[in-house]
Write a protein of this length. Structure first.
Length: 277
């Protein structure tokens, strides 16, 4: 077989969701890259497949690339999986895929589970357009800034936003949504494809009131449908203003012109929160 990288989606909970094509692609690969060798090893054992496993995660992806390219140069077929779902989408692999393509090797993507799409399809919320944001910041202040900047309606109407939240942070995230977008439609989807799959819909405050301690475990997909800009979206933070000034300075503008230009842009959108030094 010709050397290639196979990006393979794996089940997010129900092993029956692994496609026959994905199983065959794993069985015929020379090497499997995975986030956690124990987790993916259990999946391969379930399938009766024995392959060398190399770990590839957020902390070692960059360092692994040269050895993976060397394996491809030897003609090996390499499979890439994540712990659950589709690699590269809020999981490791995107940097590797770019490097493999840049080196001239083939990359094949085998479709399968993607938790955000699974949740959106069953939520009854606006499916198109939608944005996927992965995980938000862990600190509430930073997270609220992200929510305020990114939760926008679509160009012609409502738009849904999907992101992942660890169960332990769900209460805090819903509190942030109450503050940033209190009227928005919210859906929390948990245990997708499993026996205890559940969906909770309403405003953030309504959903928070219905979730018990047993729902604050594991990982959830949170969907937010926005039909109007959140209050205060047009305010620029001090960090945003500073970023614009730095960009202008790097482009060669004098300091006073960079400051004036950034403040003018901020003024065209709304007031500035804080001041740039």
């Amino acid at each position: 077989m010709t050397a290639e990288l196979r990006v393979i989606a794996t089940p997010i909970g129900n092993l029956g969701d692994l496609t026959p094509r994905a199983q065959q692609a794993l069985a015929t690969a020379d090497l499997v890259l995975c986030e956690d060798t124990r987790h993916s090893g259990a999946l391969l054992n379930h399938l009766g497949i024995k392959k060398p496993l190399w770990s590839l995660h957020a902390h070692n992806e960059t360092g692994r690339i040269d050895s993976i390219l060397h394996a491809l140069a030897e003609g090996q077929v390499i499979a890439l999986v994540s712990d659950a779902g589709t690699p590269c989408l809020s999981d490791p692999g995107a940097e590797l895929v770019a490097a493999v393509r840049h080196a001239g090797y083939a990359v094949t993507s085998l479709p399968g589970p993607f938790a955000a799409a699974v949740a959106l399809a069953a939520s009854g919320m606006t499916p198109v357009p939608f944005a996927f944001w992965g995980f938000w910041a862990k600190k509430s202040g930073e997270r609220r800034s992200q929510l305020q900047a990114r939760l926008l309606p679509g160009p012609d109407g409502p738009m849904s936003h999907a992101f992942y939240v660890p169960g332990r942070d769900l209460d805090d995230v819903l509190a942030d949504l109450v503050a940033v977008a209190p009227a928005a439609k919210v859906c929390v989807a948990r245990e997708l494809t499993k026996i205890h799959e559940g969906f909770w819909l309403g405003t953030a405050a309504e959903v928070a009131g219905r979730l018990g301690p047993e729902q604050l475990r594991g990982e959830a997909v949170v969907l937010v449908e926005i039909s109007a800009k959140p209050a205060g979206h047009d305010k620029w933070s001090e960090a945003q203003l500073t970023e614009k000034i730095i960009e202008s300075r790097e482009a060669g503008h004098r300091a006073k012109h960079a400051v004036a230009g950034a403040k003018h842009q901020a003024g065209s959108r709304g007031r500035v929160v804080g001041s740039a030094k």
